[in-house]
Write a protein that binds this ligand. Structure first.
Ligand SMILES: *Cc1c(COP(=O)(O)O)cnc(C)c1O
Length: 517
């Protein structure tokens, strides 16, 4: 095998073992090498020609008057366009192929959503416009809110949080406000091992002390351990359902009843709602607060493609503490915005405050409502059924070559969990993930959840066809066999990417944030 050349490219790229001629440009056909934008730049180059200013600098700027030109790269417009287009070709996207990143629900983003979101009445409005001029946009928010309440069986929803973790914070701030209103200080939040990592982080950020609850052998919350810990110091629990092992927490209603009896609240991490939408209503399971990731279940773009949106549905007990502002319809169907000044008039005096400056992610509301209306209630149920079917297909097709720790306990939900047990000495999950890049797929989620060794969490979503899922399975099967056999070429994967195995720890610990020291 040849050593990489100075630019990091392997001369034999494209054909293992064969030596191909080096190119002068550094490009290899459609595999393009790209420098940093500062290396491409030339001083004095601009995208636009400006006339020299004919006014003297404003004396009021005083010592703030700039003495040197800003350190911006000088490029022409075509150079900038090409730079970012070339970079985008070195990345992976849901529009290129399956993106089986477990827990993240990377599903197709329907183009109809994009078309509706770009309509001027939605795209070109401003949050400070008088409400009578934005009735349609506000009604999108209230109609989406109605759908989210109906799908979850909950009486209220806070639409403003801008991501799943932001929604978790919103839910915990509601819980804290409710406890304060009761005159109680409960410092502890219980988080099971099978919860998403953002849960303990959010609880700590909201000022609670986090205590862990162990998992049982079949990958679920240990109900006995949880109920044994309940008491007057417990503010509540945060339970991910379906959990990060891709399993449904069957005992959630029992847990909720016990937590309520002990005076606590139940936060449910609903980011995995994709697996149960149209099948289960979390409100029926005693949940007090749950965030919904519009960017997962309801297909709005994320992962570099767009901002998140994490509305939080609330029980009657927490609804009075929901954040402002929010949109409502009066008896005549006219939309109003409830804000601080008028909160009392609308019977909402106990709000804990604001999560965001304005109404939330308008563009994502429009896309999510378009998705919901184009599927209808029956279509949404079909979404969860197909997502679960695809994941179970992967689980059963691969359990003979990949260790599946919970497969013996029954079907999974929307994602299949494997471990690296059974790999040859020195081979691990990382090698399978890197090999998957060579196969033209985005890797699955790796080393999470922590409850199994070398976790691989594979989430196909409902938008993969049988043929597409079969291709993914065939690649994973081949990689698993190479890992079990100790194939050294897998150890050095990926072979076909512009950059190979980078030192991810060094990059995270000592990121280079400027192009020159
Ligand atoms: C994605 C996810 C989150 C966090 O959502 P963000 O929008 O990334 O903040 C929380 N919990 C689970 C289970 C998730 O999958």
């Amino acid at each position: 095998m040849n050593a990489p050349n100075a630019s990091g490219w392997r001369p034999e790229m494209g054909e293992a073992g064969a030596i191909l001629p080096a190119t002068v440009s550094g490009d290899h056909g459609l595999n393009l090498e790209e420098k940093l934008i500062f290396e491409l730049a030339a001083p004095g180059t601009y995208g636009v020609d400006f006339d020299d200013a004919d006014v003297a600098p404003a004396p009021a700027l005083g010592k703030f008057l700039r003495k040197a030109a800003p350190a911006l790269p000088g490029l022409t417009e075509p150079e900038v366009v090409r730079h970012y287009t070339r970079l985008s070709r070195q990345n992976y996207a849901i529009d290129l192929g399956p993106f089986p990143l477990g827990s993240c629900t990377m599903k197709h983003n329907p183009r109809l959503n994009e078309k509706v979101a770009r309509m001027a009445g939605f795209a070109d409005v401003h949050p400070l416009q008088p409400t009578q001029t934005v009735q349609g946009a506000l009604k999108v928010i209230t109609q989406l809110a109605d759908w989210l309440m109906a799908l979850t069986g909950m009486p209220a929803v806070a639409m403003t949080p801008k991501a799943g973790a932001h929604g978790e914070l919103c839910g915990l701030l509601c819980i804290r406000a409710a406890l304060t209103a009761r005159g109680e200080e409960r410092p502890v939040v219980l988080v099971p091992e099978s919860a998403h990592g953002t849960n303990p982080a959010t609880a700590a950020f909201a000022g609670f002390r986090v205590e862990n609850i162990p998992a049982t052998e079949d990958g679920r919350v240990d109900v006995a351990a949880l109920t044994a810990r309940l008491g007057p110091d417990i503010a509540g629990v945060m339970i991910t359902n379906p959990n990060t092992c891709g399993l449904f927490e069957r005992d959630l209603k029992t847990i909720s009843d016990a937590v309520h009896a002990a005076g606590g609240y139940v936060y449910c991490d609903g980011a995995n709602f994709n697996a149960i939408v149209g099948k289960v209503r979390p409100g029926d399971l005693g949940v007090d607060a749950m965030h919904i990731n519009l960017h997962k279940t309801f297909s709005t773009p994320h992962g570099g493609g767009g901002p998140g949106s994490g509305p939080v549905v609330l029980s009657a007990a927490l609804a009075p503490f929901a954040p402002l502002p929010f949109a409502t319809l009066d008896a005549d169907g006219v939309a109003h915005l409830v804000e601080e000044g008028d909160a009392h008039d609308h019977g909402h005096p106990n709000s804990f405050g604001r999560m965001t400056a304005f109404h939330g992610q308008m563009g994502m509301f429009t896309r999510a409502l378009t998705y919901i209306l184009s599927h209808g209630a029956d279509g949404l149920r079909q979404v969860s059924e197909d997502a679960v079917l695809n994941a179970n297909y992967i689980l059963r097709e691969l359990e003979d070559v990949l260790d599946a720790p919970f497969a013996a306990y029954g079907p999974c939900m929307h994602e299949a969990l494997f471990s690296d047990n059974g790999m040859a000495e020195g081979f691990s999950t990382l090698d399978i993930a890197k090999g998957l890049i060579d196969e033209g797929f985005h890797p699955m989620t790796v080393y999470f959840p922590l409850v199994v060794h070398g976790a691989m969490l594979v989430e196909p979503t409902e938008t993969e066809s049988k043929a597409g899922t079969d291709r993914l399975i065939a690649s994973l099967r081949s990689l698993a066999e190479r890992g079990r056999a100790g194939d050294v070429t897998l150890k050095s994967a990926p072979h076909y990417t512009p950059r190979r195995r980078v030192d991810e720890t060094l990059a995270a610990r000592k990121p280079k944030l400027v192009w020159k020291d």
